[in-house]
Design a protein. Structure first.
Length: 354
């Protein structure tokens, strides 16, 4: 069975023998009381990688966004959320909304619509906070960060991005969206899981030194929840080491696999969305995504059915990683071609992805 459902894009799995040893999984102390030496070192390296002044580790993006929007809710802010934002950031926004913070949504990636909304609300004297994913794998588009920053600049607002997808894959040294778009600003707040590109199940919050210090001082989850385990920190440590030494080679190989997949689809009259990103989504005309997924599964290809942003229709997604081989891509393409013409389908291998 060929698996195209894993988001370990760089293929980093961190088996325990490969990691530096640890005396215990946890100290039994909250992060607010004691921060480990390895935790501080990882935070410093992560901040430099993504292009921010300072960073702090958390157990997950759920902890991160729950705390971040709880913190921002104490200020006089208004949140503007991209309608395509991922669920976990939304849950954090909902916490702020429950505390009385006004929330408005704007069309996916539409900086003009965002600007209009902020101008409409400027009399409220609330600082605008824009929330978006740094990169959307569903449509293959990046958030226009320079334009978003221009929208919030007149009122000294923030742009908060969930950069989980881009981390490790896009930008110089895999630093993510800020590096990819050459953006460096104290008004950007970056929340990222390391569980995808870097294969370490934890999260990092990065931003200006002042904001991160305030977060560490006022965070609820750093007091009431466990910090990342020592084993997880060791995995993150190793991921950063591998990224530094072999990351560019892994990203080049991953890009070759994506190009091979796209070229193979074109040869059978199909096109996938996703651009250069290793999540490629496919919705051929005349066949439902669930049907195509089932046919591929019968041919030994495991895929994911996803809903593309701004669309009701579902699509079949292939998540390509550096663990895949060229022959795996070729087998997937052969299965797609067979699935499009097999069973009781009379679908012709023509037409473009809608």
């Amino acid at each position: 069975m060929l698996d195209f459902t894993s988001a370990l894009y760089l293929g980093l799995r961190h088996p325990s023998p490969s990691l530096r040893p640890w005396p215990a999984l946890t100290t039994g102390k909250p992060a607010a009381l004691q921060s480990s030496r390895v935790s501080a070192a990882i935070a410093g390296e992560f901040a430099a990688l993504v292009g921010c002044e300072r960073a702090t580790p958390l157990a997950s993006t759920l902890h991160l966004f729950w705390d971040l929007f709880g913190l921002l809710a104490r200020d006089r802010v208004r949140i503007y959320m991209d309608e395509g934002s991922y669920a976990i950031a939304r849950w954090g926004v909902e916490r702020a909304a429950a505390r009385g913070v006004p929330v408005r949504e704007f069309p996916h990636r539409d900086a003009t619509a965002l600007s209009d909304l902020i101008k409409q609300d400027r009399r409220s004297k609330r600082r605008p906070v824009v929330v978006a994913d740094g990169f959307c794998p569903s449509c293959g588009n990046a958030a226009p960060l320079p334009e978003f920053l221009q929208c919030v600049a007149p009122q000294q607002g923030y742009v908060v991005i969930d950069d989980t997808q881009a981390l490790g894959v896009l930008g110089e040294q895999g630093g993510g969206s800020l590096r990819w778009q050459s953006v460096r600003s104290p008004d950007v707040i970056v929340g990222s899981s390391l569980a995808k590109g870097f294969g370490a199940p934890m999260a990092m919050l990065a931003g200006s030194a002042g904001l991160i210090r305030r977060f560490e001082a006022e965070s609820d989850t750093r007091v009431h929840c466990s910090p990342p385990s020592i084993a997880t920190l060791r995995a993150a440590e190793q991921a950063l080491d591998v990224n530094r030494s072999h990351g560019e080679r892994l990203r080049r190989y991953l890009a070759l696999l994506v190009c091979r997949f796209q070229a193979g689809l074109r040869a059978i009259g199909l096109v996938a969305d996703g651009g250069p990103f290793p999540v490629q989504t496919l919705q051929p005309a005349g066949i439902a995504a669930e049907v195509l997924r089932a046919r591929l599964l019968r041919r030994g290809i495991r895929t994911v059915v996803v809903r593309r942003c701004r669309e009701i229709a579902t699509r079949v997604a292939f998540l390509i990683t550096a663990l895949h081989r060229h022959s795996d891509i070729d087998m997937a393409l052969e299965a797609i071609a067979q699935a499009m013409t097999s069973d009781h389908s009379t679908h012709q291998l023509t037409g473009r992805v809608s």
